[in-house]
Write a protein that binds this ligand. Structure first.
Ligand SMILES: C[S@@+](CC[C@H](N)C(=O)[O-])C[C@H]1O[C@@H](n2cnc3c(N)ncnc32)[C@H](O)[C@@H]1O
Length: 577
């Protein structure tokens, strides 16, 4: 049906021969088979309800006399009725005089709260299981915001809101608790390309607007201000009144002359979802940053713990949070980034230590049983070096543990160095999945995969060049294999991106260099789309395991952040003299 479900009463047609008739079913379903210059219309009323003396005059049409029924009146004056007749807008059905409303008079339909066109269809290119269709978000966004507005989506998933906002010239902030979601959203935005919409406040936009309205353009210098919006397509809105009151419509005018006269006086509607595009240009996502809470949110949990609290812990064993974590750890084991390299416990029991929460056993590939101590970091906050130090001291003192697992949601950047200080005692820095803080109900649904992960630390080479500048090369990530107790280096294929803060101030990580690597070049499509614009040398320096040379840090420290394809990230600080 033309124009969606609401156009179903457009079932008549004016043929080029001058005749009109009802549409056949075939023609309704496929208007393209109608002869050229046919005009589809709906039958509407020329009368309104309620009696009025002045609106009850007799009107002659094709030799017959018509009057409005009692209790109604003509919608327009005698002159207006004449104008409708001259415009061939009148038709008799049965014995009633009616009005022809052409589909072209107003070829759009207002949306209601029923959106059958956004039904989740079979979305082939989904990158996230619960990805929202762009059309749904686009409609909400266009209904509620203007270009330049700021949109917040606190549960962004694959980043559809940010993607749509970027396309429509809105600013955005987007959040998720899942590192996987953030990794997907980041890649999606970085690889995206969008149509270039004509800005109303630009030279081309002003020209286009003048062309459309026939008005002289305003005399001000365009500033490309996105807040002034785009240049949108518009449609005529021809009404019975605009024809009836049209002073230019005269007897014996041709259809073309009448159409022109109508166009001069008809109103237009702006289609805010249909800006004009400049097909010669494409856009990419504007600059954005990805921020994470870890590892800078340091809440002192271990340094100033009151003795009373420590005593209390000893007595009570472990609290509710720790019990929940231990239950899950027992079931899930510890996983590194490689499949089948899971540390599975033969047994795990709570341990009433000062810093240790559990003791466990597991068997290595060679059949040897290993003793494990477990320390659980704070429920809210970051694991600092102090905690690692104390837990390690306690583990060394005790039964003679081989391995200490320190679990945390976030880690201070120096923790990985600290973890290496204990010789025979292997300290495994283990990241807990944030899903763990969401309670047991949710966990039952998501399953126990990847709840406790060891993500190794960057394997880097830092070189000083002859000119005094520093170059960093990333060689991979050191991964601990829990099944053998060995550390080995994984390849750079596992790395999605790596960043350098070339002058780290110990407080916040500032991305001064960014490199995007990975096995299958994820931005290849974008690169091809931008072929003409791209400076090949700049591109290849972004897709690199060797950094561009930079000045030695004034702070004496650089920090390197490495993120894998799952969104796991690790930050390490290096001294550079
Ligand atoms: C239905 S998905 C959103 C899908 C998204 N509109 C898209 O197109 O991909 C909901 C998201 O909310 C996230 N989430 C759940 N609880 C959250 C919380 N408390 N804070 C932030 N994000 C949360 C989940 O990780 C998930 O990615």
């Amino acid at each position: 049906v033309f124009g969606g479900e609401k156009a179903s009463n457009y079932d008549w047609v004016d043929l080029p021969t001058g005749k009109c008739r009802k549409l056949t079913d075939d023609e309704s379903n496929n208007p393209a088979i109608l002869p050229k210059d046919s005009k589809i219309f709906a039958i509407g009323d020329v009368r309104s309800a309620g009696h009025s003396e002045s609106g009850s005059f007799e009107f002659v049409f094709e030799g017959k006399k018509y009057r409005p029924y009692s209790g109604s009146h003509w919608k327009t004056t005698l002159l207006g009725m004449e104008a409708l007749k001259n415009n061939r807008r009148l038709i008799v059905t049965g014995s009633t005089l009616m009005y022809k409303r052409y589909l072209d008079d107003f070829p759009v339909f207002q949306l209601t709260n029923h959106w059958p066109d956004v039904r989740p269809s079979f979305q082939q290119d989904k990158i996230y299981v619960v990805q929202t269709a762009t059309k749904v978000i686009e409609r909400c966004l266009l209904m509620t915001t203007d270009p330049g507005d700021l949109i917040l989506d606190p549960t962004c998933g694959s980043g559809t809101t940010a993607y749509v906002a970027e396309q429509w010239g809105r600013r955005w902030i987007t959040i998720d608790t899942s590192r996987v979601a953030l990794a997907l959203a980041r890649t999606r935005l970085m690889a995206a390309k969008f149509p270039y919409y004509l800005l109303a406040d630009s030279t081309e936009g002003i020209k286009k607007e003048a062309e459309l309205t026939g008005r002289t353009p305003p005399d001000h210098k365009p500033e490309n201000d996105i807040k002034k919006g785009f240049v949108y397509k518009r449609v005529p809105h021809i009404t019975l009144k605009s024809i009836a009151n049209n002073p230019d419509i005269k007897k014996d005018m041709t259809r073309e002359e009448i159409d022109k006269a109508i166009a001069r006086y008809a109103e237009t509607e702006t289609l805010h979802d249909q800006p004009y595009e400049d097909n010669k240009r494409i856009r990419v996502t504007g600059p954005f940053t990805v921020e994470s809470l870890s590892p800078h949110r340091v809440i002192a949990t271990d340094e100033e713990r009151p003795t009373t609290e420590m005593e209390a812990q000893k007595e009570a064993g472990v609290g509710q949070f720790e019990t929940m974590i231990l239950d899950n750890l027992k079931k899930a084991g510890v996983q590194n980034t490689i499949k089948n390299e899971r540390l599975k416990f033969d047994q795990l029991e709570p341990y009433a230590g000062e810093w240790l929460h559990a003791e466990a056993e597991y068997t290595e590939k060679d059949g040897n049983t290993r003793q494990v101590a477990v320390c659980i970091g704070p429920e809210y906050g970051t694991v600092g070096t102090e905690l690692v130090k104390e837990a390690a001291k306690e583990a060394v003192k005790g039964v003679g543990f081989d391995l200490l697992i320190v679990c945390g949601f976030a880690f201070d950047p120096h923790v990985s160095e600290e973890a290496k200080r204990y010789g025979k005692l292997n300290v495994l820095v283990t990241r807990m999945n944030p899903d763990l803080s969401m309670g047991d109900e949710l966990l039952k649904k998501t399953g126990v995969g990847n709840l406790f992960m060891v993500f190794g630390e960057p394997d880097v080479d830092i070189r000083k060049q002859k000119d005094g500048k520093v170059v960093v090369e990333i060689k991979g990530v050191d991964i601990y294999d829990p099944t053998t107790g060995q550390i080995r280096s994984s390849s750079t294929d596992d790395i999605a991106c790596w960043f350098i803060d070339t002058d780290y101030n110990e407080e916040s990580f500032f991305v001064r260099h960014a490199y995007f690597i990975g096995a299958d070049e994820p931005y290849d499509k974008l690169k091809r789309a931008l072929r003409a614009e791209i400076d090949e040398s700049v591109w290849s320096s972004l897709y690199s395991t060797v950094s561009r040379p930079f000045d030695p840090p004034k702070t004496g420290k650089i920090a390197i952040k490495v993120i894998n394809h799952y969104g796991d990230e690790v930050l390490k600080v290096y001294e550079v003299k």
